[in-house]
Design a protein around this ligand. Structure first.
Ligand SMILES: Cc1cc2nc3c(=O)[nH]c(=O)nc-3n(C[C@H](O)[C@H](O)[C@H](O)COP(=O)(O)O)c2cc1C
Length: 365
């Protein structure tokens, strides 16, 4: 065993994880239509990957207005809750632990994915050049995101309540906890980053104000299901989907400290999604470690070697392996045995059926 630490167990809130390997959230766009309902195929896919210490579900919209892409699942209707129960039961039967990633895309959407509604955001600032996929005659077609409108305060309060209800729904669906998607340019990120938030009320302007939406959403879900069942994903340096902060180290270290005070189970740092972030300076990692007292997950192009180094150096507790999990359902066993990893087929990442989802073979018994 070349990297023992990666294979040691870890206590995360009320859950005991079998290892430090996380399957991070990955949108695969195969929910049943109409209704954006998680289904048996998705349950099979997640159960195949249950040897991960922790699975975090693909982004799951908290409301119809929170949807950004065709065929993504929701968690606001009774049918969606029942659909997710298939996945949580299958993962638990296979010995795994699964959190739901709660998602509101904000401005990263198009009326075609919103039943004709206009997308919403912190401010009426368009994500220039950002594209999402919509359904056109059963096929995915890419379109530019639409101009959003700014949320008023009553709407902000209503969305916070939707997050809390979605967290309760996730518990009703059998999830072990929830992760708030505060990363990759979606709604929470649109409030956090200075270049996507031009509000002049208490939700914009100074750092404390830009942190307020994240604070209120996190408090609401923690009140709903317990802070020990809540994680938050942040992406300090990615420019994905057009959100940029003028001073990410200051913004995100303050966010980490604020989340630490709320007592949530973990902070999940998305370093790069694809190739869209510069390397994170060691001093930034150390600042996050000092600011946040509970578990920290890092994801973004990790190998077993880099993961082991992260654990040894002490700035991470858990490591996410995204794309490697797509084609290597038994990834932990493969990493442990030092087996070569299979490459995934990029053409079957989003949409479609079992091909490229559940038909990647296990290499280990
Ligand atoms: C197909 C695909 C879908 C993704 N969907 C999500 C998502 O729904 N939510 C999210 O936070 N990140 C999403 N990500 C980002 C991954 O969680 C992860 O951070 C990223 O793939 C980098 O890790 P890797 O280099 O190990 O793949 C997605 C990535 C991929 C490849």
């Amino acid at each position: 065993m070349s990297h023992p630490d990666l294979f040691s167990s870890f206590k995360l809130g009320p859950a005991t994880l079998a290892n430090r390997i996380v399957m991070p959230p990955m949108t695969r766009s195969r929910a049943s239509q109409p209704g954006d309902i998680a289904n048996a195929l998705m349950a099979e896919y997640y159960a195949q990957r249950a040897s991960a210490g922790l699975i975090i579900s693909e982004g799951t919209q908290i409301s119809p207005l929170g949807k950004g892409y065709a065929w993504t699942p929701g968690i606001y209707s009774p049918a969606q809750i029942a659909g997710w129960r298939l996945s949580t039961d299958a993962v638990h039967a296979a010995g795994g632990v699964i959190f739901a990633q709660l998602w509101h895309v904000g401005r990263v959407s198009h009326p075609d994915n919103l039943g004709g509604m206009q997308p919403v955001s912190a401010s009426a600032i368009r994500a220039n050049g950002v594209r999402v996929f919509v359904e056109r005659d059963g096929e995915a077609g890419f379109v530019e995101t639409a101009e959003p409108r700014a949320l008023d305060k009553a709407e902000i309060r209503a969305i916070i309540a939707e997050y809390a209800q979605a967290a309760r729904n996730a518990m009703a669906a059998g999830f072990d906890g929830i992760e708030l998607h505060g990363a990759n340019g979606y709604l929470i990120n649109q409030f956090l980053d200075s270049e996507s938030n031009a509000r002049d009320d208490e939700y914009g302007g100074c750092l404390e104000n830009r942190l307020r939406f994240l604070h209120e959403v996190t408090s609401a879900v923690a009140d709903a299901i317990g802070a020990e069942r809540v994680g938050v994903r942040l992406a300090p340096l990615t420019t994905l989907n057009g959100t940029v902060d003028a001073n990410p180290e200051e913004t995100y270290t303050a966010a980490a400290a604020m989340l630490g005070e709320l007592g949530i189970a973990y902070l999940h740092i998305a370093e790069a999604d694809w190739d869209d972030a510069p390397p994170m300076p060691a001093s930034f990692r150390q600042a996050l470690r000092r600011a946040f007292p509970n578990a920290i997950i890092y994801a973004g192009k990790y190998t077993a070697e880099r993961a082991a180094q992260a654990l040894e150096e002490g700035w991470a507790d858990l490591i996410g392996f995204g794309r490697p999990f797509v084609a290597n359902p038994d990834l932990p066993a493969r990493l442990r045995a030092g087996l070569p990893l299979a490459e995934h087929n990029p053409a079957t990442l989003f949409g479609g059926g079992a091909s490229g989802l559940t038909d990647y073979p296990q290499a280990t018994a």
